[in-house]
Design a protein around this ligand. Structure first.
Ligand SMILES: [Zn+2]
Length: 112
């Protein structure tokens, strides 16, 4: 598959160098999805939402809660995002466990 180029922070980069990071409403990251691997590409935010949460009901629920997705290059993810850090903003309705369960095998952990 030829590399899809996406524009991130004003620069065109291969989609395969990017990850979708999911943020809680408080701003803490709570999940990550490799944007492209093999023949799979999640080029749009809608596609990434669908990969995190296969059902419309889940997507609408989490979008209502204020979760958001941001596409960023892998280097920036490595520098800035620490999924192991504990959210200091109090108890969230969305736990890491529910995200991991919903995201399945391709999301979470180190996407290298
Ligand atoms: Zn937080």
């Amino acid at each position: 598959m030829p590399d899809l180029l996406v524009r991130v922070d004003g620069t065109a980069v291969p989609l395969s160098d990017c990850v979708w990071v999911m943020f809680r409403p408080c701003g803490c990251p709570c999940g990550v999805l490799t944007a492209a691997y093999g023949d799979i590409a999640h080029a749009t935010e809608a596609q990434a939402w669908h990969e995190f949460f296969p059902t419309k009901r889940e997507r609408e629920k989490y979008q209502r809660q204020g979760l958001r997705l941001e596409l960023m290059v892998f280097d920036r993810y490595r520098r800035e995002i620490d999924l192991a850090a504990k959210c200091p903003h109090g108890k969230s309705a969305t736990t890491q466990q529910t995200l991991d369960a919903a995201a399945g095998g391709q999301a979470g952990g180190d996407p290298s």
